[in-house]
Design a protein. Sequence first.
Length: 387
Amino acid sequence: MFRFFSQLFPGSTLSDRLVAVQNRPSGFDYMRIILALAVVLWHVNDLVWGRMGEAWWQTALFPFAMLIVPMFFSLSGFLVAGSFERNKSLITFLGLRVFRIMPALVVEVLLSALILGPLLTTLPLGDYFSSPVFHAYFWNILGEIHYYLPGVFEQNPFTQVNGQLWTVPYELICYVVLAGFAVLGIYRKASWLWYALLLCYGLQVLNTILRPREDVISATGSTVVMSFIAGLLLYRYRTKISWSLTLCLVTAAVSLWLATIPAGQRFAPLPIAYMTVYLGLLNPPRNKLLLSGDYSYGIYLYGYPIQQALIAANPVFRVWYWHLLAVVPAISLFAAFSWWVIEKPVLGRKDVLKRLESWYMNHALVQQYRWLRFFSAISAMKSPEYD
C-alpha cells in the first residue's frame, strides 16, 4: 500500500524530510501549542453558553474541531516512536513517559482539589473536605478520572472541574500498547504493525454495526488510540512514505469529510495521522519566546479549570470575547509555571532512569533468568530497516 502511494505521490520521504531538518522540525512544536489553544477555544462554546447556547458545533468549524484531539494523539505516536527507538530499554522509555505526564498532572489535581475547590465551593469547608467526592478526585493522579468536586462550579453551565482529563487514561493506554507491541515483536515487524492497525479498523466496522451511535459525531477513546497507532505506523514506514503536499491535502479532505459523518471519526485515524505528520515536518522559523519551552501540556491541562474558575468568578467572563481576553494570558502563565517549575526540572532528572536501567540490566536475577530481560530488550525490538 505504501509503495503504491509513494508511486502515486512521488518525492522525498518522511525520513528524508527528518534528515533535512536534522530531526528537529519546528512544525511539531508549533502544532502542539496551536492544538492546545484550539482545545481551549473549542471549550468556550460549552463552558460559556452550555450545550444550548451559541452551538459552534453546528457551524462550519465543527469538522475542524473534531480533528484536534486525534491530531494530538497522531503527533504523539509519531514522536514517541522516535523516542522509543532512541532509548535502550523499556525502563527508560516508560520512565520518561511517566516523567512527562505525571508531575504536571499531580500538581494540577492538587491545585484543583486543595486550592481552587476550597475557594469556590458553596459548601462549608468541613463538608467539602469530608466528602467522598473530594476524596475520589485524587484518583485522577492514577488515570481513574473523576470530574467533580463537592459544591464547585454548581452555577456554571457545566459543572466539571476539568473535563479535558478524559484523554489521560487513553494516553496511558497508548504507551502500554507501544510497550506491548515492542515486547510481542509487532513493532519490530513493520507489516505486523500495519496488520494491527487493520485489525483495529475491522473492530471499528464491527463496533459501528453493533453501536452505530448516529447521534454522536466526535472523537472517542478508540479513535484516539488508533490515531496514536497510526502515528507509530507512519514513523515505522518513514523511509517508504512520501512527504507530499498533495497527499496532505487529500488526507485533510478525507479527514474533514469523515468528521461530518455519524461514526465517521472511527475511520479517520490514518488520514488524520498523515496530515498531522506532514504539517509537523514543516520547519518555519522558530519564535524564541513561543518555543522557549514546551508549554502545550500546561495549556492543555490547566485550560479547562481556569476557564471554569473565571466563569464562576464573574458573569462578565460569560461573554466570549472577554472570556478569551482573560483566559489566554492566565493559561499562558500557568503553562509557563508548569514547564519551568515542574515539567522541565523533572525531565532533567533522566540520570535517575539511567541508574535504574543499569541496576536492572546488571542484576544477578536478570543475568540468571533471560526471560526477565524483556524490559531491557529495546535494541532487539527496533531498527529502521526490518522488512
